[in-house]
Design a binder for this molecule. Structure first.
Ligand SMILES: Cc1ncc(COP(=O)(O)O)c(C=O)c1O
Length: 365
């Protein structure tokens, strides 16, 4: 697999745009300075529970050592994740969240003549670095069942070695692309291509992860993050799981600092008991009772298996967003390809009750 050797950057393109966009930057646009203290934030797919108790205790104990880089901890964490995923330790690289390896992968594997292909609506972060390095960008609509249309994605690449970005379950729809489709994509992609599989939300659903395909040598980078089910978005920790020769190609694209808050919190979270099943059940129960409430009122939405869903407001989504904001309920954004839908993150049961009360009032008006 080849990687790009140089950035085709002109001074003009450098000034025109910065290549990095992530959930933090996107959700910040819906941030409301001076929002009431009891405002409910359902806009950034954060976990309102925050880090688990074990992670909080480990972080408190670690603070006095905050003057150290703690090099060994990232190796420990990589070894623990590798053991859990059934891959060799050299196949796990730790980063400050998953946005970092996502951007690096695009910079490393796309370029002029090396397209970036992703599903629409999808997580937008990758488009900007791809455009920044003049890679052709192909946004391919999801299928009728809201899966990635892997056949159309391969057609769009037109035989060129491409980077295929699949988010499973998808952000923003919270829907699944079946594993069989991912395997088909791996078998049928043009030579030299890579599949970048973003499993940021995999813990919320029953779909099996695809890290076992890494152990089998696939042209695949799997992204994981501690920002979602583990509630550590602000503490920053994530990983790329792939063959070593692919991980090595991500190295040149950043200064690579690892916050010790993320390392220590992640180690404690992985070692804590039952964090994933307990939180998965809580999110599922809250999501399903929200869906039952929506169905009773004939509100349209896309059934999701994740910690967020798309609500069809039947009119430009920004109108519902700002009406809800006026009631102290901050929801996520609309996607240009689906302007009537808005993304809503599943909060605590109490937060979802606030959402329901505000939505009923807004839509009745
Ligand atoms: C699909 C997806 N991938 C990656 C990320 C990046 O998260 P982080 O950099 O916090 O790990 C997000 C954040 O919301 C996301 O939705």
């Amino acid at each position: 697999m080849e990687s790009r050797a140089t950035f085709p950057l002109s001074r003009r393109s450098l000034l025109a745009t910065l290549p990095f966009l992530n959930e933090f930057a996107l959700a910040q646009r819906s941030f409301v300075p001076g929002a009431p203290a009891d405002a409910v934030f359902l806009n950034a797919n954060e976990n309102p529970l925050g880090p688990c108790a074990e992670a909080v205790a480990a972080l408190q104990a670690m603070l006095p050592r905050g003057g150290r880089y703690m090099f060994g901890e990232s190796l420990k964490l990589a070894a623990l994740m590798a053991q859990r995923e059934g891959v060799p330790a050299e196949c796990v690289q730790i980063f400050a969240g998953s946005s970092d390896p996502l951007h690096r992968a695009i910079l490393a594997f796309c370029g002029p003549g090396r397209p970036y292909v992703f599903g629409e609506p999808g997580y937008e972060a990758g488009q900007r670095p791809a455009e920044f390095i003049n890679a052709p960008v192909h946004a391919i609509p999801l299928t009728n069942s809201y899966a990635h249309d892997v056949k159309a994605m391969v057609e769009a690449a037109a035989g060129k070695s491409a980077l295929f970005y699949i988010c499973n379950p998808n952000n923003p729809t919270g829907t699944i692309t079946p594993r069989a489709d991912i395997e088909w994509l791996l078998r049928n992609k043009p030579a030299g291509s890579l599949v970048l599989l973003d499993e940021a939300y995999i813990h919320f659903c029953d779909e099996p992860p695809c890290t076992d395909l890494v152990a089998k040598g696939a042209d695949l980078i799997v992204l994981r993050t501690f920002s979602k089910i583990y509630g550590m978005a602000g503490l920053r920790c994530g990983a790329a799981i792939a063959r070593r020769d692919l991980l090595v190609k991500l190295e040149p694209y950043s200064t690579g600092f690892l916050p010790t808050s993320g390392l220590i919190g992640a180690l404690a979270s992985l070692s804590a008991k039952d964090v994933v099943p307990t939180r998965k059940k809580l999110v599922r129960d809250t999501r399903e009772s929200t869906f039952a409430w929506l169905r009773e009122r004939n509100y349209r939405f896309i059934p999701s298996v994740s910690n967020k869903f798309m609500l069809d407001t039947g009119k430009p989504g920004v109108e519902t967003m700002s009406a809800l904001r006026a009631k102290g309920v901050i929801i996520g954004r609309a996607w240009p390809c689906w302007p009537n839908h808005v993304r809503v993150t599943i909060g605590t049961p109490e937060e979802m009750t606030r959402f329901q009360e505000a939505l009923a009032a807004v839509l009745a008006a």
